[in-house]
Design a protein around this ligand. Structure first.
Ligand SMILES: *Cc1c(COP(=O)(O)O)cnc(C)c1O
Length: 452
């Protein structure tokens, strides 16, 4: 039988699939890209064209596709145990992984609870926080505070604490009522104002919300340093320091959603380290398995754990579960990821890559339709606007970012933007030369997308 080409796979796909985050009618014009194989930063389609995965397949991939070392770790685990329920049972990979996560995350986080995707980890943290307060006799605490432009996933609880209208608005009648506080998003700082000063200024809103609602609030949930799905908007670590201090003062938990920014994306292993804080709950997923398998973890403190630890009949246990909690293959991939971090001095090497990202895009700031180039470590974002002086955005209906995406595909680059924000969030095995190429293609794409 002849090997199937792109077109044949596309037809079969469109006959039976419904793709995520997609208006399926778009595929009448915009071809789907069926991938035959991946290797390192490259993906190859069934017509033999290749694409540099500059966004790490939605921010999950850390060390490239079909990485031999991670493949071997999973294969080894596969010969021993693929999965076992985690209630009443345990296994080697999950114990080892938990020990190592406790070891590398901010001091004071001593317990790991597992789920199987990011949104589920958020649900776990929200429920655990609420039940903690209930268990210690503070059942008036039922609400959550979150930031404008935040994103925490798309199950109903996670969607409730998020604030990206595109994903949320339709479902509003189904969602929890949360307290939404203006974010420290530095895009909106005054000209010449430093980021730290702006974040300190913006903290006033959070302080006020805690003052007004602290008594009824279980937790504040934030994405530390980068609001990724919210167009890669960034802020200064000082906001996290202020938030930690205020949460303690008002008796409110702090949930750090490091699902996207964890595992080195912002330059440190975890973004919270840059503010030297320990959240009450740390949510991890995406890079946790290097993009190989769905797995997530919520780390919390001994204080929280102890509030659930009691005789069965007190009904204080956390009776939450997912079928694939702590999956052994996922844990084995995560262990391989941590080995690579340790043995390959990844964070040190990333500094050079981050510097190349910065240098190769320095001139973008002078582009007549670029409002800002911003960066935290291995995340760099370029914001296109209609009017540079007033920062008036392009109407979303014009889908300018899509033109950059299409240009990228022609030039072997997978640069799927967020609205009008083009960004690089590459796997850490990218080379400085590839970053330079990427910047060149992004520059051309932005020129094409903004020429009229
Ligand atoms: C992706 C993401 C989630 C949701 O994770 P899923 O695995 O897609 O459910 C939650 N929070 C943040 C910050 C994310 O980037």
């Amino acid at each position: 039988m002849n090997a199937m080409n792109n077109q044949q796979w596309i037809e079969r796909d469109l006959g039976v699939l419904w793709h995520p985050c997609t208006q399926m009618k778009d595929h009448e014009q915009l071809p789907l890209i069926p991938i035959r194989r991946g290797e390192g930063v490259w993906l190859e389609d069934f017509d033999g064209r290749r694409y540099l995965d500059a966004i790490s397949s939605w921010w999950v991939n850390l060390f490239g596709h079909t990485n031999p070392r991670i493949n071997a770790a999973i294969a080894q685990q596969l010969d021993k145990l693929e999965h076992v329920l985690l209630a009443g049972f345990s296994h080697e990979a999950v114990v080892r992984l938990s020990e190592r996560l406790v070891d590398i995350t901010p001091a004071g986080l001593s317990r790991c609870f597992y789920a199987d995707n990011g949104s589920s980890a958020i649900e776990v943290a929200l429920k655990m926080s609420y039940q903690y307060w209930r268990n210690v006799g503070k059942s008036r605490k039922t609400r959550f505070i979150s930031l404008t432009n935040g994103y925490h996933g798309e199950t109903l609880g996670a969607l409730s604490v998020g604030d990206v209208a595109l994903y949320k608005e339709t479902y509003q009648p189904l969602l929890m009522d949360v307290i939404t506080v203006p974010s420290p998003d530095c895009f909106f700082r005054e000209e010449g104002e430093c980021e730290a000063a702006y974040c300190q200024r913006q903290f006033v809103h959070m302080e006020r919300a805690l003052e007004d609602y602290g008594e009824e609030t279980c937790a504040v949930i934030v994405e530390p340093l980068v609001q990724c799905a919210g167009n890669m908007r960034m802020y200064d670590p000082v906001y996290l320091s202020l938030l930690r201090e205020a949460c303690d003062r008002y008796g409110v938990h702090l949930i750090a959603d490091e699902i996207a920014v964890g595992f080195g994306r912002t330059g440190t292993m975890f973004a919270c380290e840059q503010a030297d804080i320990t959240p009450d709950f740390l949510c991890l997923s995406k890079g946790l398995t290097g993009g190989y398998l769905p797995l997530s973890a919520v780390l919390t403190t001994e204080t929280v754990y102890q509030a659930f630890y009691d005789d069965y009949s007190t009904l204080r246990a956390f009776l939450h579960s997912h079928s694939f909690t702590g999956n052994a293959l996922g844990c084995s991939a995560a262990l391989a990821i941590l080995d690579i971090f340790k043995e390959n001095s990844v964070l040190e090497n990333n500094r050079l890559l981050a510097q190349t990202m910065r240098e190769s895009t320095e001139h973008f700031a002078d582009h007549p339709h670029v409002a800002e180039v911003r960066q935290h470590g291995m995340i760099l974002a370029i914001e296109m606007v209609k009017n540079k002086a007033s920062r008036e955005p392009y109407p979303w209906q014009e889908r300018r970012g899509l033109q950059v995406y299409q240009h990228g595909l022609q030039k072997e680059m997978l640069l799927r933007p967020l609205g009008n924000v083009v960004y690089f969030m590459p796997p850490y095995v990218v080379t400085p030369e590839q970053i330079t190429d990427l910047a060149q293609v992004a520059w051309e794409g932005i020129n094409l997308a903004t020429q009229d």
